[in-house]
Design a protein around this ligand. Structure first.
Ligand SMILES: Nc1nc2c(c(=O)[nH]1)N[C@H]1C(S)=C(S)[C@@H](COP(=O)(O)O)O[C@H]1N2
Ligand SMILES: [Mo]
Length: 340
């Protein structure tokens, strides 16, 4: 694993032996038969179709993560309670919440556990109420520091009160035009742009303002308290070990949480030279950004194609291969491809 330069799914590691075998073969003429055999093997048995990613993820395809199973909230007993360091504690019924002025925004969620180019990242349009408006109503005391968010499954996490006062933090009851289903937090969940899924508490039932730095379920296990999403990007098309023709359109996406993506670059030579890809327009600063690149007149050969992104505040995606613990994965995604 240590010689691995870029991140990739674990299954690909063993395939790398073939790649090294193939390139060694190309350098030494009398091994060329083996090299050709290895190339043939890769093209024939390892080639995968491209991933097709809709810009908005359907509710059925939206990734699901929770520490225990999906919760079925008993609506007879459900209400949202806001208390702690506030002047006017508040209890709201589901109807109260739906009668308040609604806001709608597109936000991509990603799990802190998502592997490089993994599928635990999805995009939806959320509808709900502004957390800020609620906080203004309950009147936080000056001692209030954190907002502890509690789910019906005894899960909790927190964000600073200051973060909760920004306009983009919402309590959502609809996802892509329909009420949340039980997998995604019915009746109510937090949506906090820019912060990993962990703080987007589902089956929300209580918000407590605390005078101290509240440690939630994962923080007590030493996971990050900030949870800022790291810049990431992936290649969806071509699939690995594909053979590409002149003019092939490479596609993929990039995401940076709170700050939209400003630049996506591709390398065809293992990270020596980088060429910008074309960014597609995104309707929300909090959603992923699609990119594409028309590959004109590539020379025949085999290529390691790598992608990296930079967001609009200049954070460039790290090529350091990090595991999820404690503050999220990192690493660059590469795809191996051939041009005949
Ligand atoms: N109540 C509760 N909320 C939770 C969790 C949980 O275990 N319980 N898991 C979190 C994690 S780790 C993630 S990545 C997101 C996933 O949201 P989704 O299942 O709607 O994609 O929910 C978050 N909210
Ligand atoms: Mo997560």
């Amino acid at each position: 694993m240590s010689e691995k330069k870029f991140g990739s799914a674990p299954a690909i590691i063993t395939r790398r032996r073939f790649i090294r075998f193939a390139s060694a073969g190309l350098a030494v003429p009398f091994l060329s038969n083996q090299a050709e055999a290895a190339t043939m093997f890769m093209k024939r048995f390892l080639a995968r179709p491209p991933k097709v990613t809709p810009f908005i993820t359907s509710n059925d395809d939206f990734y699901i993560v929770q520490y225990s199973g999906p919760q079925t909230v008993n609506m007879k007993n459900w209400s949202l309670r806001i208390d702690g360091k506030v002047r006017k504690p508040l209890t709201l019924s589901y109807d109260d919440i739906r009668e308040r002025p609604a806001i709608e925004q597109m936000v991509t969620l990603t799990c802190i556990d998502n592997v490089v180019a993994g599928d635990q990242m999805s995009n939806a349009v959320w509808k709900g109420i502004s957390l800020r408006a609620l906080l203004e109503e309950v009147e936080p005391l000056s001692s209030a520091q954190d907002l502890a968010l509690f789910g019906d499954d005894d899960y909790s996490d927190s964000i600073p009160v200051n973060r909760g006062m920004e306009y983009d933090v919402m309590l959502a009851y609809e996802m892509n035009g329909v009420p949340l289903n039980k997998n995604h937090g019915f009746p109510l969940r937090a949506i906090v742009p820019g912060i990993y899924g962990i703080k987007n508490v589902k089956w929300l039932k209580k918000i407590e303002l605390t005078s101290y730095d509240y440690k939630g379920y994962w923080q007590r296990k030493s996971w990050t308290d900030r949870g800022t999403i790291k810049v990431s990007s992936r290649i969806d098309d071509p699939g690995p070990y594909s053979t590409l023709a002149d003019g092939y359109i490479l596609r993929g996406l990039a995401f940076s949480g709170y700050n939209s993506i400003g630049l996506v670059e591709l390398s065809f030579d293992g990270g020596e030279k980088w060429t910008p890809a074309k960014l597609e327009k995104s309707p929300s600063p909090y959603s992923w950004v699609f990119w594409h690149y028309v590959w004109k007149s590539p020379k025949s050969g085999s290529y390691q194609i790598t992608v990296r992104a930079t967001d609009k505040i200049g954070r460039t995606q790290s090529d350091f291969i990090a595991r999820a613990f404690p503050d999220g994965t990192s690493g660059l995604h590469s795809v191996f491809a051939f041009v005949d």
